[in-house]
Design a protein around this ligand. Structure first.
Ligand SMILES: [Zn+2]
Length: 229
C-alpha cells in the first residue's frame, strides 16, 4: 500500500466514523413532538379585555407547525386540534404518555402595557434549554421583533412534563403592531416554520435528560389560567 492510498483509506475511515457519530447523536434525540396550542374553549388566554383571543392564533400556529413537521416525517401528537378547553393536567398526561418525545407549547403574550413587545421562549430546566435556544434564535432570524430571550419559568405544563419541554410566546397580542401581525396568515405560518426549523435542528443533537423536579415552589399557570384544579 503506497502512502497516498493510506491517506485515502484513513480519510474514508474518519468520514464513516463521523457518520456513525452523527447517527448516534440522532438516535439519542426524539421521534415525536407533542404540540400544545395554549388555552381553548372558555379560556381565551391573554388578559381581561384583550381584543384578539390568544386561543385562536395559538391553535392556528400550532396546526401549521403540525403540518410542517408531519411533512418532514416527524411524528406529532396534538393536545387539542379544535377550540376546546383541555385541562393542564390532561395536557401533561398526553405528553408524558409519549416515548422519545419533546413538548412544544404555543402561546402569544399579553401585558397591561401595550408597549410591551417581542418574542420569548420558556423552559423550566436544562432539558428544554437547548431546544428553547434554537427555537428562539430561529424565529428571530426571520421575524423582525425584539429578542426577549430564553427564560425559565415555573409554568404548569413545563413543570409537569417529564420530557424536554418549551413554551414559545410568539408576540404580544396586547401590542397593536404585533396583534395586527399575528392576525395575518403569513406571520403565523412564518412562526410555525421557524419553530419547526428549531425542532428539526434539535433532532441532530442529543437532549439532556430531564432533571428531577426541584423542591416545590409556587407553580404559575400560564397567564389567565383560572381553571387550574
Ligand atoms: Zn398563553
Amino acid at each position: 500500500m503506497n502512502f497516498s492510498r493510506q491517506i485515502v483509506l484513513l480519510f474514508l475511515v474518519s468520514a464513516s466514523d463521523c457518520l456513525i457519530a452523527d447517527f448516534a447523536k440522532g438516535a439519542g434525540s426524539f421521534s415525536t413532538v407533542v404540540i400544545d396550542p395554549g388555552h381553548g374553549g372558555f379560556d381565551r388566554g391573554g388578559i381581561p379585555g384583550q381584543l384578539v383571543p390568544e386561543k385562536m392564533v395559538a391553535l392556528d400556529t400550532a396546526l401549521r407547525l403540525q403540518k410542517i413537521l408531519e411533512a418532514a416525517r416527524v411524528r406529532t401528537v396534538m393536545t387539542r386540534t379544535t377550540d376546546v378547553f383541555v385541562p393542564l393536567p390532561t395536557r401533561t398526561a398526553i405528553a408524558n404518555a409519549q416515548r422519545d418525545a419533546i413538548f412544544v407549547s404555543i402561546h402569544y403574550n399579553a401585558s397591561p402595557q401595550s408597549r410591551a413587545h417581542g418574542i420569548e421562549t420558556y423552559c423550566e430546566d436544562s432539558a428544554g434549554a437547548p431546544l428553547a435556544a434554537r427555537i428562539q434564535r430561529d424565529i428571530l432570524t426571520q421575524v423582525s421583533a425584539e429578542n426577549r430571550g430564553v427564560k425559565r419559568a415555573e409554568y404548569y405544563v413545563l413543570r409537569n412534563c417529564r420530557i424536554p419541554a418549551v413554551l414559545v410566546e410568539c408576540g404580544f397580542l396586547t401590542n397593536p403592531s404585533e396583534a395586527t401581525l399575528a392576525l395575518t396568515t403569513s406571520y403565523r405560518l412564518l412562526g410555525a416554520k421557524q419553530i419547526a426549523v428549531g425542532v428539526i435542528e434539535q433532532r441532530s443533537h442529543p437532549l439532556p435528560a430531564p432533571s428531577p423536579p426541584p423542591p416545590r415552589k409556587k407553580i404559575r399557570p400560564h397567564r389567565t389560567m383560572l381553571h387550574i384544579p
